[in-house]
Design a binder for this molecule. Structure first.
Ligand SMILES: Cc1cc2nc3c(=O)[nH]c(=O)nc-3n(C[C@H](O)[C@H](O)[C@H](O)COP(=O)(O)OP(=O)(O)OC[C@H]3O[C@@H](n4cnc5c(N)ncnc54)[C@H](O)[C@@H]3O)c2cc1C
Length: 531
């Protein structure tokens, strides 16, 4: 008998969530993480002596509350910080906007800019919240098998149909109509202020090889609403950075009996008699298990780790067509002091800058930013999603100093001219120049900077194509299509081999849901002897 029931390849947050549930179900579980720290894209690292930053993702999507409860993560010291401001968007015409966690405060803010938008915002929020409630059950279910749904799946879909009917005609119509729409069209139906339109639309294009005028980008807003009842996007930080969440998960996993090994690079998944049997590490070590679960992305797992001889040519073609070309980069700064943004001063500045800061003042700006990526170049005027987490979390920087986390889009994985190694610094200089036009004292405060290109996302963090969500989250790679139609239930064509990362339903973001859903299916297979 193999030493382990389950080997999980990758200690990203989803791999750790899956490990916790599997171990709690009595399965002897081993996690193999290639890096020296667990967490994948949810990590905190020192970027300069005394300055710690959420290196990649900076706000939870939000992390699913039931997982926190099930795994008792608060016992490991996990603490979320919810800033008063969800997102602040400086505008080029001086009409900056702040969306607060509190709707009334947001409406007062919007009234100063447009009475029409203040009224529409309430309607927008209410409608997305109602629709989000209907969609929410989809997040925790394995997408149904389209060709041969089980009675249980049909029952769940029936329940969903009933709540859809209860939505009422207006919202039901909106739900059906919005999904395939370009997010630029959707926001134009609600709002007249360009900055508000752009700020809301940004949720639809976050991490996507798409611009606000691309069809289907409204789906991102619907999904966000399903996650937290709000289409605007999260501003929930983890005290100590995102790595503290991963550490809490690792600690819960160890307490449940999981063995976690870091610095363990899995090269291959070996199969025998058409089932996954063991993993082969770069060190030459072989480890056997009854089931192998990959937290690595689908392309890495199925095109690089598995011998193609074990997969049907039709499946391989579909997998090769699975789109995972990233457009995101990250720049993290150690700052000697708080940067000042134009038009925000004093105490008000600390509040307004405590959540996410959106740079992308209008829809045209965002679309032009995307244009660059289409033609193989990085955006000269990029869309930026920024946080300064040390404003509310002093554990991240020395007293008075700050860390700034800058998510940059668009930075396409493939550049037409040159490569990311030669263009890294020029790219980062451009981002700092753009940001300095909003925060004029920024440059003089920079003590150190860390630049992470899409190539780094692939080479250091193991994300194929540098895609932050392990693959596009477009309608053709969504729900029953994630990662491929017929294989959306965390299983793969190789018996005993499963996926549990962001390339599975319900996709990317730090939610823990793919890991939890995958674990449930794997436990089912162990109970019925199918694993
Ligand atoms: C720059 C950036 C910014 C983001 N911003 C946000 C944000 O603000 N909010 C949000 O909610 N989401 C954000 N995301 C997305 C989110 O972080 C990811 O979707 C999510 O963390 C994916 O989690 P995961 O566990 O599925 O995969 P990962 O975190 O990618 O974990 C996979 C793990 O597998 C390991 N691995 C891969 N190959 C091997 C191998 N051969 N052997 C052993 N181990 C291996 C990797 O090292 C990694 O630890 C961002 C992502 C990036 C990259």
């Amino acid at each position: 008998m193999p030493e382990y029931d389950v080997i999980i390849i990758g200690g990203g947050h989803n791999g750790l969530v899956a490990a916790c549930y599997l171990a709690r179900a009595g399965l002897k579980t081993l996690v193999l993480e290639q890096r020296e720290i667990v967490g994948g894209a949810a990590v905190t690292e020192e970027i300069h002596p005394g300055f710690r930053c959420s290196t990649l993702s900076h706000s939870a999507a939000p992390f699913f509350p039931r997982i926190i409860k099930d795994l008792q993560l608060d016992r490991s010291g996990l603490e979320f910080i919810t800033p008063q401001a969800r997102v602040f968007a400086p505008a080029s015409d001086g009409r900056s906007i702040c969306i607060y966690d509190d709707s009334i405060q947001t409406i007062h803010e919007l009234e100063k800019i447009s009475i029409k938008d203040a009224k529409s915002y309430s309607e927008f929020e209410r409608s997305f919240s109602r629709i989000g409630r209907v969609l929410a059950p989809l997040l925790t279910m394995a997408p149904p098998a389209i060709e041969h749904p089980t009675p249980g799946e049909l029952w769940n879909l029936g329940k969903l149909g009933r709540s859809f009917r209860r939505l009422g005609r207006k919202d039901a119509y909106r739900l059906l109509r919005w999904g395939p729409m370009a997010v630029a069209d959707l926001v134009a139906e609600f709002f007249e202020t360009e900055t508000l339109r752009a700020l809301v639309a940004a949720r639809g294009i976050f991490g996507a090889f798409a611009g606000p005028w691309s069809a289907g980008t409204s789906t991102g807003l619907l999904w966000q609403a399903a996650m937290d009842g709000n289409a605007i996007g999260p501003a929930a930080f983890v005290k100590g950075g995102m790595g503290a969440l991963s550490e809490a998960l690792a600690s819960a996993a160890r307490n449940a009996g999981v063995v976690i090994r870091t610095g363990a690079i899995v090269e291959r998944i070996e199969a025998s008699e058409e089932r996954a049997a063991k993993v082969l590490l770069r060190s030459g070590e072989e480890i056997e298990a009854r089931a192998i679960v990959s937290n690595a992305d689908p392309r890495t797992t199925l095109l690089k780790m598995v011998d193609p001889g074990f997969l049907d040519p039709g499946f391989l073609t579909k997998m090769r067509n699975y789109r995972a070309t990233g457009v995101s980069a990250k720049i993290n700064l150690a700052l000697s002091d708080m940067p000042s943004f134009r038009e925000v001063e004093g105490d008000e500045a600390r509040t307004r800058l405590s959540g996410r800061i959106h740079i992308g003042p209008d829809i045209d700006y965002l679309e032009h930013a995307y244009d660059a990526a289409k033609y193989g170049d990085y955006s000269r005027q990029p869309y930026l999603d920024i946080t300064i987490p040390s404003v509310l979390d002093p554990t991240l920087a020395p007293a008075g100093a700050q860390v700034m986390s800058i998510y940059v889009q668009y930075a396409p994985y493939v550049l037409k001219e040159g490569d990311w190694t030669s263009r890294r610094e020029e790219f980062a200089d451009n981002v700092i120049d753009v940001l300095s036009s909003y925060a004029p004292n920024l440059k003089e405060l920079i003590l150190a900077r860390q630049v992470i290109t899409p190539l780094d996302l692939e080479e250091t963090y193991g994300m194929s194509g540098g895609h932050i969500h392990h693959g596009e989250q477009s309608l053709d790679q969504f729900f029953t299509f994630r990662p491929l139609i017929g294989w959306a239930q965390y299983r793969t064509p190789i018996k005993g081999l499963y996926l549990c990362g962001a390339g599975t339903h319900p996709g990317g973001g730090v939610t823990g849901l793919p890991g939890a859903n995958a674990a449930r299916e794997i436990i089912k297979d162990f109970k019925t002897g199918k694993a």
